[in-house]
Ligand binder design. Structure first.
Ligand SMILES: N[C@@H](CC/C=C/[B-](O)(O)O)C(=O)O
Ligand SMILES: [Mn+2]
Ligand SMILES: [Mn+2]
Ligand SMILES: [Mn+2]
Length: 302
């Protein structure tokens, strides 16, 4: 099978500059060669350029959403790129860029694999609606759009509610907004926070997560990995770090275990921002990103 690396240099879902440089740092760290090394054919789809919409012509929607038209248009094109690769039987590996891009990647995957389940690794639930968001940063909202929650915004008319609440599960949560807690509860969405990781251990948590969204281990898996799920000591160069995160090994165990299912059809590696720390910490964060991708795609320890 062939991997299609989709570089998405995009930062419009959040305010910190630099996350658009994530893809180039991951590729320049040798990710493509590393994947070929473990036996994959790799098609590098390039660093997709998204023409800017200037702020002046993209005012926040009445409810505070920032860069709505830009984010929507970029995600729409990401959906067709990722969807195209999935349709061709390739495994799209999307490199972010901020996590708003997942509106596009998951839409693309579900177009080819309507029964796919989504495993969302993150410190955050990214499920705010325009009513509940406190920041207006759309990287905190992709899941609500994918589920069809909240009011419809004409700027996002292309997004269909393709994801069902029982087809997503979270691991790593530890920084959830008030409105998000209600949304998770009302929609009965399964979430394993860091408390469960501590209580049961990562092995049991991954097993329980899969039992919830993929009980017969027969559904394709879209893994959406936000590097801020890891502890900031492990992945420091990211826009919304939250202490008390996954260890290096816990993060890798998740990727290894998902590879072992043989069901992975799409992967996102999001929120690497190489401009937020000293050179050594940036290198470390980029290296962890590359390593997680390798583990999700079959690199083993023995
Ligand atoms: N819940 C916060 C934080 C969002 C974090 C988004 B991230 O997980 O994609 O980094 C917000 O809505 O602004
Ligand atoms: Mn291509
Ligand atoms: Mn996220
Ligand atoms: Mn996050």
């Amino acid at each position: 099978k062939t991997i299609a690396i989709v570089g998405c240099p995009f930062s419009g879902g959040q305010p910190k500059l630099g996350v658009d440089k994530g893809p180039i740092h991951l590729v320049e760290a040798g990710l493509i060669e590393q994947l070929e090394e473990i036996g994959w054919k790799v098609h590098f789809d390039g660093h997709h350029q998204f023409e800017e919409i200037h702020a002046a012509s993209d005012p926040p929607i009445k409810t505070l959403l920032k860069n709505p038209r830009l984010v929507s248009r970029v995600c729409e094109s990401v959906a067709s790129v990722v969807g195209g690769h999935a349709k061709n039987g390739q495994l799209p590996v999307t490199l972010g860029g901020d996590h708003s891009l997942a509106m596009g990647t998951v839409s693309g995957t579900l177009a080819s694999y309507p029964d796919a389940c989504v495993i969302w690794i993150d410190a955050h639930a990214d499920i705010n609606t325009s009513k509940t968001t406190e920041s207006g940063n759309i990287h905190g909202m992709p899941v609500s759009f994918l589920l069809g929650l909240g009011e419809n915004h004409p700027e996002f008319a292309w997004i269909r509610p393709v994801l069902k609440p029982e087809r997503i599960v979270y691991i790593g949560l530890r920084d959830i907004d008030t409105g998000e807690r209600r949304i998770l509860r009302e929609n009965k969405i399964k979430a394993f926070s860091m408390h469960e990781v501590d209580k049961y251990g990562i092995g049991k948590v991954v097993e329980m997560a899969l039992d919830h969204v993929n009980p017969n281990r027969d559904l394709p898996i879209h893994l959406s990995f936000d590097v801020d799920a890891l502890d900031p000591s492990v992945a420091p160069s990211t826009g919304t770090p939250v202490r008390g995160g996954l260890t290096f090994r816990e993060g890798h165990y998740i990727c290894e275990a998902i590879h072992e299912t043989g069901l992975l059809v799409a992967l996102d590696l999001m929120e690497v921002n190489p401009s937020l720390a000293d050179p050594e910490s940036v290198r470390q964060t980029v290296a962890v990103g590359c390593s997680l991708v390798r583990s999700a795609l079959g690199e083993t320890l023995l």
